[in-house]
Design a protein around this ligand. Sequence first.
Ligand code: ADP
Ligand code: F6P
Length: 334
Amino acid sequence: MSEQEKVLENIEDRVRTIGVLTSGGDAPGMNAAIRAVVRRALSKGIKVRGIRRGYHGLLKEEIIDLTARDVSDIIQRGGTILQTARCQTMRTVEGQQKAAAICKKYGIDGLVVIGGDGSFAGAQKLANLGVNTIAIPGTIDLDIACTDYTIGFDTAVNTAMEAIDKVRDTSTSHERCSIIEVMGRDAGYLALWCGIANGAEKILLPEEKDYNEQEIIDDILENKKRGKKNYIIINAEGVGDSLNMAKRIEEATGIETRATILGHMQRGGSPTCKDRVYASTMGALAVDLLCEGKTNRVIGYRNGEYVDYDIDQALSMKKTIPAYQYSISKTFAI
Ligand code: ADP
Ligand code: F6P
């Protein structure tokens, strides 16, 4: 055995119990990640504790042992078997100290946090208090700067795309304008991807809130003259106001206009193959990183590889809408 292997074996020896929690908005594929954490850890002789309801459950000590059988039959299920929550107390120093003390009380040597950047901030605070943490990006919004992939986006965008195809059918039959609102309070990735995938005439993003409604009205009238049978607007939740927008557009154009808000159906459903495979890989990698003695890391997928970043560095990165994709989407609507 080489010196490096001996060092690694000793570190691995020290990790006896790993905790796992899901936090923030749920996302399809979180169950696949939980399953991977449990099975990878158990295969290395490490005990796993599941923490229910995110940081809220941690502070309430809602902690259960997880066996290999507890995660049977979940890889294909949406949601999260551990439930998820938002927790204000975790934002306070007292809450963070209590959470760290509870981890120690339950012998949790390493904690895997599956969630968005808010959840990463919680993991960072726990790491600073001596709890080894690894974060996994889980959000349908794809709004984590250090990674090209987040668990749930692929499923959510396909769910939304299929729903929008259906709205398009009826919109064409009735020669209407349809406004379809997709999720994304602060991030427009779902809107942009659906806009391109569904061939929308207009995409409204939270990152570009200052859209000109008169220009849209003029474009709808031009579109009709060009012989098109419908006009699809994909509107992000962060822009919102779809129902009123529909009324205003109908009044100004004389063209029947309907608004459809897809809402939380985008967060549910069986994860796609991609979400299952990437989530499984990230779950296993989180365990491996903890075994290597790493902490305060977030896993990402960049340029075709699974990578990990310091959480401080990851949280300081900024993600913007890809300008080229956004600009070409406008040229497809002629
Ligand atoms: P997401 O993880 O999807 O971004 P939130 O932003 O709602 O979702 O964050 C999830 C939870 O993470 C919060 O309810 C809170 O418990 C915790 N959290 C968020 N920000 C911080 C912070 N700055 N410090 C500690 N915990 C935080
Ligand atoms: O999961 C991400 C997200 O769907 C955002 O797009 C949205 O703003 C938010 O969650 C809404 O979450 P909730 O309805 O659970 O507060």
